[in-house]
Design a protein around this ligand. Structure first.
Ligand SMILES: Cc1ncc(COP(=O)(O)O)c(C=O)c1O
Length: 343
């Protein structure tokens, strides 16, 4: 392997906010048909606003979730977890029998994917529940909206350094009074990455990224002008096509380890989640070869004694990058590395 090979994964370079000719933009796709769209600094702030203004009696979260999401839960709100097992499919029986009128339920589109038919029929049948779709990892689930509230977090998908997009189909959430964007230091790692196309200084931009991510908090701050312009101008389809093509390439060689062994039509993957018993070892080996595979998520906030399957999944899951920055050669290089480690 040449020592100078560009890293795969890690921080996105700040996108150029250039209007692209090829069709619908991200913001157009996400906000289509919605009565209101509110642009927060991050997704947890959008969720916090929904919960604070709609005041559900209790909140159901899936037992497999990003710990940062808990920052959005108002003090005093009763928090309950529902199982999603080792395949990340919600246990609708548990939900159906335990939910009470006035509860809120958060459904996560894991890696951008969600089972639309079951969610939609539940949401239609139980209109006494506040349904919230968490699309933080989703560019397009291919299933259309299932209920009336969705949240997005674009920085997981492209080089837009902030944003939490609250899409309210029916306009039922009161409009937030957002503050003007303040300090924009959180853009620095994305600028550093853009200034280092060969990725020679990855320790520096990665450290900068970790520190701005650690500082992300719930606030009333609006999205930055920079990110808003990027979302208003970046076309969806080239991103979606590149991600799907790369996923398909990885599936050719790594399907036996894939968490999802298929590629449903219109699903745009966040990455290629794979299960491997020694996920820590594989991650370290990939990092030695400058492939940075994130863990979604290594520490779950749900109690392990109640959700052992979810915690076992969390220990063994890693996500290979397959986003729009890469092509077939990169995917083959990465798949070969994985195969060498697995032996
Ligand atoms: C599924 C999911 N929802 C919500 C969040 C919170 O998003 P943000 O960091 O934009 O607040 C995350 C963060 O990683 C996430 O993965």
């Amino acid at each position: 392997m040449p020592a100078t090979r560009e890293p795969i994964g890690g921080v996105f370079a700040l996108e150029e906010p250039v209007r692209q000719a090829d069709g619908e933009t991200l913001l157009e796709r996400w906000s289509k048909g919605a009565a209101a769209v509110h642009l927060f600094h991050n997704a947890r702030s959008a969720l916090s606003h929904i919960l604070n203004s709609m005041q559900p009696s209790r909140l159901w979260l899936p037992a497999y979730l990003c710990p940062d999401t808990l920052q959005a839960v108002p003090d005093g709100l009763t928090l309950l977890y529902y199982p999603v097992g080792s395949t990340l499919e919600p246990n609708f029986e548990v939900l159906e029998s335990e939910m009470r009128a006035g509860d809120a339920v958060l459904g996560i589109a894991y890696f951008g994917r969600l089972q639309p038919s079951v969610w939609r029929s539940m949401a239609q049948r139980r209109q006494d529940i506040l349904w919230i779709e968490d699309y933080a990892q989703a560019l397009d689930t291919g299933g259309g909206p299932l209920s009336s509230l969705r949240i997005y977090s674009p920085r997981k998908l492209l080089g837009a350094p902030d944003g939490g997009i609250l899409v309210d189909t029916d306009g039922k959430v009161p409009a937030p009074l957002l503050e003007l964007p303040g300090d924009t230091k959180f853009i620095d790692p994305y600028r550093m990455r853009a200034a280092d196309p060969a990725g020679q200084h990855n320790e520096r931009w990665y450290a900068a990224f970790r520190s701005v991510e650690a500082a992300m908090a719930v606030s009333r701050q609006a999205i930055s002008v920079e990110s808003r312009r990027i979302l208003e101008r970046t076309a969806v389809d080239p991103i979606a096509n590149a991600r799907r093509g790369n996923y398909r390439t990885l599936l050719e060689t790594l399907s036996s380890h894939a968490l999802f062994g298929d590629l449903p039509i219109d699903w745009v993957p966040l990455g290629f989640p794979m299960r491997f018993e020694d996920a820590d070892g594989l991650c370290a080996w990939l990092a030695e070869h400058r492939v940075f595979a994130p863990r979604h998520w290594r520490d779950l906030p749900s109690p392990e004694s109640d959700f052992p399957e979810e915690h076992a999944l969390s220990r063994s899951l890693l996500t290979l990058p397959c986003d729009q920055r890469y092509g077939e050669d990169d995917m083959r290089f990465m798949a070969e590395l994985v195969e060498r480690y697995i032996g």
